[in-house]
Write a protein that binds this ligand. Structure first.
Ligand SMILES: [Zn+2]
Length: 351
């Protein structure tokens, strides 16, 4: 397709932000409730719902879309099978929608953070670490939708199911793909957490900040780690030392006296850190992979309270931007000796 035709399509096609809202006049269905103290109950819409409708309508106007609202009377049966429909409600008012949301793990207050381990050796797996983390993550998400299933059982089953997805690979290989795992699930009255490996869960509670992390990996291969830290990035000595370090580390992975991460053996979950905190005591929560936690754990520039404040005020992108800025200012790893200039960094924040 010629460049001129691409420009023509871009200038005449539907703008993405408009396509997100709809392809024609929008209908916003608002859940109504019965007005109290009236013999002839009509349906009323809360001020919050109507304000939200007005904001949506204004947004639609800016992209050239008309909109109208309709009030869904109790008991909240709304016809969902329509185009250009937005439903705006509290699930209590529209029980059908509550069912849809209950079936959707994404709406259940579930956070899943996996950090695949860098493979520096053979792995015995033809699929690779990214494949492993993607399969494990999607399996966890599916299983965690069952709120009656404990997080430990969810991870145990997910590791087993993922292992069975590649029986042709050598799952007993010491380098078989692995990932640190952190799970958070909100129930009606509690925040459940599970951490397996060096990913950090930080919960700000009414009793102070609680940090859940298992950095036992740092206690392994210490001599090899110190040796690797002596060399600048990119040097052949560094590469060789990192390989020796990896072999020493893998010898203690998922072994007594070593450290524990999700790999092919489901029984490692017994070594996870898990528990729950009453929801009424929880103010905010963050999950950070070791690459995102460096401002605290490696650079010593912030404490966990500071991390929560950055996430709260500026969001995860800013937190990771600050990590990257420090790393860029120390390109050879001389001020802050480390394995990698930058590590994969993921931060999730919820309040
Ligand atoms: Zn495989």
């Amino acid at each position: 397709m010629p460049r001129s035709r691409v420009s023509q399509l871009l200038s005449t096609g539907v703008r993405p932000e408009r396509a997100f809202l709809g392809a024609g006049k929008l209908t916003v269905a608002i859940g109504g409730k019965q007005e109290a103290n009236r013999h002839d109950p009509g349906e009323v819409v809360s001020v919050e719902s109507f304000t939200a409708y007005e904001m949506l309508a204004e947004l639609a106007r800016t992209v050239g879309l008309e909109s109208a609202y309709e009030v869904v009377p109790p008991p909240g049966h709304v016809h969902l099978n329509r185009s250009n429909l937005i439903v705006l409600t509290n699930p209590r008012l529209l029980p059908f929608l509550a069912q849809v949301m209950k079936a959707d793990p994404a709406a259940q207050g579930l956070i899943v953070v996996l950090d695949g381990a860098t493979a520096r050796t053979d792995t015995g797996c033809v699929h690779g670490v990214a494949w492993y983390a993607a399969k494990l993550g999607s399996t966890i998400t599916g299983l965690a939708a069952d709120g009656d299933r404990k997080l430990g059982d969810v991870l145990t089953d997910a590791i087993g199911i993922t292992a069975r997805m590649h029986p042709e690979c050598d799952l007993h290989h010491p380098g078989t793909p692995s990932a640190t795992t952190a799970l958070i699930r909100l129930t009606e009255d509690s925040l459940q957490y599970l951490v397996l490996g060096d990913t950090t869960v930080v919960v700000d509670t009414s009793d102070g900040i609680e940090v859940f992390n298992d950095d036992r990996v740092d206690t392994t291969a210490q001599a090899e780690r110190a040796e690797a830290n002596r060399y600048p990035f990119g040097s052949t000595q560094k590469q060789a030392a990192l390989l020796r370090m990896k072999h020493a580390e893998l010898a203690l992975r998922n072994q007594p006296g070593g450290f524990w991460v999700a790999a092919a053996d489901p029984t490692v979950v017994t070594h996870a850190i898990s528990g729950q905190i009453p929801l009424t005591a929880v103010k905010r929560v963050a999950v950070l992979t070791d690459g995102a936690a460096r401002l605290v754990t490696m650079f010593d520039l912030l404490d966990w309270q500071g991390v929560l404040d950055v996430l709260d005020q500026h969001g995860p992108t800013e937190l990771i931007r600050r990590v990257r800025a420090i790393e860029a200012a120390d390109p050879n790893g001389t001020k802050w000796p480390r394995n990698k200039g930058s590590d994969d960094a993921t931060a999730v924040y919820a309040n």
